[in-house]
Design a protein around this ligand. Sequence first.
Ligand code: S3P
Length: 445
Amino acid sequence: MHTTEPRPMSARKSDALSGRARVPGDKSISHRALMFGGLAAGETRITGLLEGEDVLRTGEAMKAMGATIEKRGDEWIAHGTGNGALLEPEAPLDFGNAGTGVRLTMGLVGSYDMTTRFIGDASLSKRPMGRVLDPLKEMGLQVLSAEPGDRLPITLRGPKHAAPISYRVPMPSAQVKSAVLLAALNTAGVTTVIEPVATRDHTEKMLAGFGASLEVETDADGVRHIRIEGQPKLIGQTIAVPADPSSAAFPLVAALIVPGSDVVIESMLMNPTRTGLVTTLMEMGADIEILERRNEGGEDVADLRVRGSELKGVTVPEDRAPSMIDEYPVLAVAASFAEGDTVMQGLEELRVKESDRLSAVADGLKANGVECEEGEASLRVTGRPGGKGLGGGTVQTHLDHRIAMSFLVMGLATEKPVTIDDQTMIATSFPDFTALMTRLGATLD
Ligand code: S3P
């Protein structure tokens, strides 16, 4: 549980940011690296792992189910149980703040004939788990106990023999897709996941890398059909985790809105299911140069040179949402400094993140003098170039790391400081955020 005292923090108008920065490893890939490494037979070696609280919880959960995971020098080494051989955990698995950790692990254990109890912090305990339990129940999972609305704490028991299913994911969610694919690992036969709207594809790519037999076909309507053969032999791999575009988004937007800035962000993951923010910012007139595109460990990465820019408002196409779903809070911050209106639509999923991000963003913007309009699933932000008159408010972060970091970025370019009520959750995804931003020239205290 999250028991530490809240620690407020303020961001103040800063001089031009400069320097090079490598943000921590990708959170989605880091969770999966520990999970698959903890499952696969033999040794998995991981470099660049995000050592944030969320990911470390996933590592603890895998250890509680029989894996060995340890850090040696700069590397994390996992010895997995072998696919199909996870052990029943003796104590509840505590996922803290981590939606990805809990939802993917529910999938992983959902096809095991064992009892697993899941707990989490106040934010995670408010988030809906029915979206992963529904398909898992079709495979034979029993929900022994849950709080109303399928909320944590939840106790699950898998069937003796899980049944393969064909499941059309009803909302654009990589977590739901992944939960079904992971349950399929311990299910005889072929499981099919149908994905009408493409979401991040790390589970598919990484499982194939560990030896799963998996086929992806995109039909004429752009719908993805992912077929996975059950009970594969998974073998340990070597994984280099690229820098997280969802974390890079903070120094990137900071460099754009602080005049005169010139910052290079190194080795950022350029997987197209993750780069919607960069596309959108370029449409807004951002000066972003993509340098040295290369392939590292099976993923495209690049260095990004970002300079202070005069942005203009745009309408973000709805179908881009899955490729930038975690970046809307910081996009709203960029939009606050743009000429004209920025309109974001198709944001229903933002309401079920670590907080209700749509209202948390709108409230934070209003508290700092930014004109905006919150719809059911949309946000319109009217920018004020130069940030004149903006700032001076305190933002409620609702235990949400991305709300915290977004508004600290905002305060670097507003006339008056921006304060957040609590910085502690930043450690879930970006433990060295303050140090890295300060090194670039940000004033945070
Ligand atoms: C993630 C999927 C997304 C994203 C989350 C990480 C993943 O969630 O918001 O931060 O690693 O699969 P949804 O599946 O709920 O969209």
